[in-house]
Design a protein around this ligand. Structure first.
Ligand code: CA
Ligand code: CA
Length: 141
């Protein structure tokens, strides 16, 4: 466990690095697609929200929420992802919505860095964004 420091530009660089971003999002998608049918069901997305702290922060989930409130919130988030409303989220939908969310987070962070505690096996996008920046910094030196 360690601490990474990120700000809006860390996140934005990550999203704008198309190859890196697509690779990360696709990997996340695959790991969420529990039954490997190539799309995310409502239930698979629900597990995703539970595991993605960044979504919690973004959508204002807090631990005091009652289960029914949480379900309603997750439902509305699912509908946001499911752009064509066919009841599942495909990789394209997932990628485009994650991009919007990450950019919104970047705007929210602005230029004031935040510290984030991360586990070594943390798969969150913010951790990946921080890793990418760390890799770039070490390339430069
Ligand atoms: Ca699936
Ligand atoms: Ca869909």
């Amino acid at each position: 466990m360690g601490v990474v420091i990120i700000d809006g530009s860390t996140v934005r660089d990550f999203v704008n690095d198309e190859v890196q971003f697509k690779t990360s999002v696709d990997a996340q998608f695959d790991s969420l697609d529990a039954n490997s049918d190539g799309v995310l069901s409502r239930c698979e997305m629900r597990k995703a929200f539970d595991s993605m702290r960044l979504l919690e922060a973004h959508f204002g989930v807090d631990t005091t929420m009652r289960p029914e409130e949480l379900s309603r919130l997750y439902d509305s988030v699912f509908l946001t992802f499911d752009e064509d409303q066919n009841g599942t989220v495909d990789p394209e939908e997932f990628r485009s919505e994650m991009k919007k969310i990450m950019l919104a987070i970047a705007d929210g962070l602005g230029s004031s860095p935040i510290q984030m505690a991360v586990e070594d096996d943390d798969q969150s996008f913010l951790k990946k964004a921080a890793d990418l920046e760390a890799a770039k910094i070490s390339e430069r030196s």
